[in-house]
Design a binder for this molecule. Structure first.
Ligand code: HEM
Ligand code: NAG
Length: 218
């Protein structure tokens, strides 16, 4: 019955196209960045994955821009996926999980069909020490991404996320840990739950983005 419950939850999220909780603005005391934050349920018992995004305030529409991604993932999660283009195929995917030293492993992927996504070199993530931590219940990471807000679609056109409004993002959840948990290219088993939401990028704008990020990466 658990199985049908989860399918029902996934269908409910897919059906509304909205997340259970709308965007909140999160001022991160660790990094000093301002994020918009969404909590995405993957189980009906209230368990969910938090996805936060921070961007520069000085970007034009229809350009590629850097973004900082912060995720808070319960330790029971095998792997958590984020689709920057809001669907599984033909957009930059991030798969994240906890390595065997309680470290966060980030794996950029791409799928051109609904099969296991392959490593993707078009997006580069730089993990920040500050804002990346684990405790008894959750693993949190914070990373700069170059290459997550623009990509080439299957028809050859270039897609851009909007720095001013909402972008449809998607997540995926698997309870099964990757086969080689310390390798970003590990094989993955399929998700049990997927869902979509509109993530507000307009309130994620940071005035001192470059200066703040350059301190965090060094
Ligand atoms: C072994 C890995 C994976 C396999 C075999 C797989 C396979 C599939 C399949 C068969 C579907 C259903 C398509 C349908 O209902 O018509 C699907 C849907 C979906 N998957 Fe995956 N998937 C994998 C990994 C991922 C990852 C890593 C992500 C995100 C980072 C992801 C995101 C999604 C989303 C958002 C959907 C909903 C339909 C869509 O947007 O295309 N998947 N996947
Ligand atoms: C564990 O870490 C997460 C992510 O940083 C945080 O949200 C949560 O409050 C922490 N829990 C405790 C008990 O400190």
């Amino acid at each position: 019955m658990l199985w049908t419950t989860w399918l029902g939850l996934a269908a409910a999220i897919l059906g509304t196209g909205k997340s259970a909780a709308a965007d909140t603005v999160y001022r991160d005391p660790d990094t000093g960045l301002v994020f918009t934050s969404n909590f995405e349920l993957y189980k009906s018992d209230g368990h969910g994955i938090t996805v936060r995004i921070a961007i520069p305030d000085n970007v034009q529409s229809y350009t590629a821009f850097d973004a900082v991604i912060q995720m808070v993932i319960p330790n029971e999660v095998g792997w958590a996926g984020l689709a920057w283009g809001g669907s599984m195929t033909n957009n930059p995917l991030l798969v994240a999980w906890r390595g065997t030293s309680n470290n966060a492993v980030l794996s950029p992927r791409w799928a051109s069909s609904h099969v296991q996504p392959q490593p993707y070199s078009g997006a580069q993530y730089t993990l920040f020490k500050t804002g990346t931590k684990t405790n008894a219940t959750h693993t949190q990471f914070t990373a700069l991404c170059k290459g997550c807000t623009s990509w080439t679609a299957s028809d050859g056109s270039t897609r851009y996320l909007s720095p001013r409004g909402g972008n449809r993002l998607a997540f995926a959840y698997s309870p099964t840990r990757p086969a080689s948990p310390n390798s970003p290219t590990s094989s993955l088993s399929i998700h049990e739950v997927v869902g979509y939401w509109q993530h507000d990028f307009s309130q994620a704008a940071n005035a001192n983005f470059e200066a703040t990020v350059s301190k965090l990466v060094s």
